[in-house]
Design a protein around this ligand. Structure first.
Ligand SMILES: NC(=O)C1=CN([C@@H]2O[C@H](COP(=O)(O)OP(=O)(O)OC[C@H]3O[C@@H](n4cnc5c(N)ncnc54)[C@H](OP(=O)(O)O)[C@@H]3O)[C@@H](O)[C@H]2O)C=CC1
Ligand SMILES: O=CCS(=O)(=O)O
Length: 245
């Protein structure tokens, strides 16, 4: 295994769900962490808990929809730890609804967070990783990046986009920089809380009863990071065994 103590890992959307579970898992494995999200009270508590357990974690407020905020996040990691080895572009929102409901603000928010947020993460780390001639970009897609279902057209479009961006990046920078897509199926988190449409919300409540723990996704992320530098785990799908999709 790569010595985790040498790796600096940035996690966007670390204040809940998969990002939080990944922070706890990687923190316990010795990685040096920079945690980002908007809810700083949660980041501060999480970083304290990781440090109390012997891990290394710092945090900075981050809004992934702002390139300036993302650049500040990456700079904070460089100033704290001297380098950036991995960014996990995890922040995401999923306000599902049928297209006919015309929730344009929510479509735009998904595009801003789920696509622009990932692009901002890439833009902020790429020059650093190219200078280092090493690094890894891990992007959170979804099972919804492989198949579309009603109410999820825009969300799935954002996750298909994450797959396309990741594959393009892999082909362009694959000599030195690893690119990984993690596509979870239904996983315990706060993700469905962003659904405002009552019909979509009710449908999701039943569907999410079969969710797997966020720790399962964290383990797959650790697996991708811990491969040797010449091995790029390009994509992992992790879903409930009983998932029909
Ligand atoms: N849970 C699931 O079933 C699945 C999840 N995924 C993907 O996993 C990723 C993590 O989601 P999950 O843990 O489930 O959901 P959560 O809602 O629990 O976590 C989402 C995270 O994104 C952060 N976030 C949202 N908007 C912004 C923003 N503008 N700037 C910075 N951070 C932001 C939130 O932090 P804050 O509000 O504090 O900013 C929060 O930490 C998402 O990309 C999601 O699409 C994919 C497939 C299945
Ligand atoms: O990305 C989330 C899709 S699902 O797991 O809720 O279907």
């Amino acid at each position: 295994m790569t010595d985790p103590a040498d790796k600096v890992v940035l996690i966007t959307g670390a204040s809940s769900g998969i990002g939080e579970a990944t922070a706890r898992h990687l923190g316990a494995r010795g990685f040096r962490l920079m945690l980002g999200a908007r809810r700083v009270d949660r980041l501060e508590r999480l970083a304290d808990e990781i440090r109390e357990s012997g891990g290394k974690a710092n945090w900075r407020q981050l809004d992934v929809t702002s390139i300036d905020s993302m650049r500040g996040f990456v700079t904070a990691a460089q100033e704290t730890y001297g380098r950036v080895d991995v960014i996990i572009n995890n922040a995401g929102v999923m306000p599902l609804s049928k297209l006919e409901v015309l929730k344009l603000d929510e479509w735009n928010r998904m595009i801003d967070v789920n696509i622009r947020g990932v692009l901002h993460g890439i833009a902020a780390v790429l020059p650093v990783m190219q200078d280092q001639k090493a690094g890894q970009v891990i992007n959170l897609s979804s099972i919804g990046g492989h198949a579309v279902s009603p109410t999820a057209a825009v969300y799935c479009a954002t996750k298909f986009a994450v797959g396309a961006i990741s594959e393009g990046l892999r082909q362009e920078v694959g000599g030195d920089i690893r690119v990984t897509v993690i596509s979870p199926g239904v996983t315990e988190s706060d993700l469905a809380d962003s659904i405002t449409d009552p019909t979509a919300r009710e449908a999701m409540r039943a569907f999410r009863e079969g969710a797997i723990p966020a720790e399962a996704i964290a383990r797959s992320i650790a697996f991708a990071i811990e491969q040797p530098a010449a091995v790029d785990v390009s994509e992992i799908i992790v879903r409930p065994t009983a998932s029909p999709y």
